[in-house]
Design a protein around this ligand. Structure first.
Ligand code: GTP
Ligand code: MG
Length: 352
């Protein structure tokens, strides 16, 4: 911990350190995650100085081997990618879809209509991440940003029991932050650095990432401001995931777009901002009692669909083992991106 204190950086005296820490920047990692523009905004320091400061911090941490260097060989990148951990979903079907599990150093977005299992999926990961590596976990804790008041410890208990784990210990390793409005939601994340390190957080959940922004910024006039703030939030999520080598999972509702006649008439609410930031996007869909998951956007996964269910153990494999994998259907993918106009059509929202 001491190695990343603000005052371990040459040129940072007690006054600067205080100014930064009053603004919520507590150590060198925070400096890098927030970036020079934002640090200048929140502290009133000149952009030039904050740029120098952030560069110095990056250099310092790179020299200390904490961060990847700016110019690196492909071999180094390969090595860093070898450090990517995977959290098993506890199901064969979804693990297949995720090619082993939900990755660290990446932002995974799960979107779908209400009741399709996004929250259940997050709860399951909260338990799975705590397992040993042999069992598909990362032996890490969870930071759960709950903006919809849908986090249920009872569900964690039942999922833990179904996995033969001690429910009390599992609960102890989950830090829940209830976000009351979108600014609070952003603040929680901005302040999360210390807790991520201290509690060995390996999974960061934002359920939902978009809901509060959507309810607070209504109407066309406020749309660009909403997108800008949402943009800030999801970028922060992605940067934290990369910097701390933890997995970030964000959920997103969909809304119906009556102008779509073919295929699935739903679109993710967050629109372009979320789509372009997330490394993986998974679309969940209800189909009778079953659920369908589809990998929509991924740098290296094939686009495919699997069937899963929800039960005591959280997300579960379907009963009919033959039904696990659906053959890829050409042209059936839901619209992966949203236009700003569509994102603003609040009156037709299908999410809750
Ligand atoms: P929104 O947050 O409303 O957008 O929905 P969501 O996608 O987060 O849905 P969620 O994950 O809350 O899934 C709700 C569904 O999970 C419900 O349809 C329930 O049927 C199912 N579910 C929740 N708890 C249990 C449980 O203990 N056992 C079983 N079998 N199903 C459950
Ligand atoms: Mg939910």
């Amino acid at each position: 911990m001491d190695d990343i204190r603000l005052d371990s950086l040459e040129g940072v005296g007690p006054v600067t350190a205080r100014k930064l820490s009053d603004a919520g920047v507590h150590n060198l990692m925070d400096l890098i995650v927030r970036g020079p523009v934002e640090i200048s905004d929140i502290t009133g320091m000149e952009k030039d100085s904050t740029e120098r400061l952030v560069n110095k911090a990056r250099q310092f941490l790179a020299d200390g081997g904490v961060l990847a260097k700016d110019f690196v060989s492909a071999a180094d990148i390969y090595k860093r990618r070898q450090e990517i951990g995977k959290i098993s979903t506890g199901t064969e079907c979804l693990d297949t879809l995720f090619d082993g599990g939900v990755e660290t150093q990446a932002l995974t977005e799960v979107y779908g209509e209400f009741g399709c299992g996004k929250t259940q999926f997050c709860h399951t990961l909260c338990v799975m991440v705590q397992k040993s590596q042999e069992e598909g976990g990362l032996e890490g804790g969870v930071l759960y940003i709950d903006s919809e008041n849908t986090f249920r410890p009872e569900r964690i208990v039942s999922i833990a029991k179904a996995n033969g784990m001690d429910p009390q210990r599992v609960l102890d390793n989950i830090v829940v932050a209830r976000a009351y409005n979108s600014s609070h939601q952003v603040l929680i994340l901005e302040e999360a650095g210390a807790i991520i390190r201290e509690s060995n957080i390996k999974l960061l959940v934002a359920d939902s990432a978009v809901g509060l922004f959507r309810s607070e910024y209504l109407g066309r006039g406020t749309l660009s401001e909403r997108q800008q703030r949402l943009n800030h939030f999801v970028h922060l999520l992605a940067r934290i995931a990369e910097t701390y080598n933890c997995a970030a999972v964000a959920t997103n509702q969909v809304m119906s777009s009556p102008d779509v006649f073919f295929g699935d008439p739903t679109k993710p609410i967050g629109g372009n901002v979320v789509a372009h930031t997330s490394t993986y996007r998974i679309y969940f869909k209800k189909s009778g009692k079953k659920r369908i998951a589809r990998m929509v956007d991924s740098p290296h996964h094939p686009e495919e669909e699997v069937i899963f269910g929800i039960g005591e153990a959280g997300v579960i494999d379907p009963e009919d083992p033959k039904a696990k994998k659906i053959k890829k259907k050409a042209g059936a993918a839901p619209p992966a991106n949203d236009t700003e106009d569509a994102a603003d059509a609040g009156a037709t929202d299908a999410g809750n």
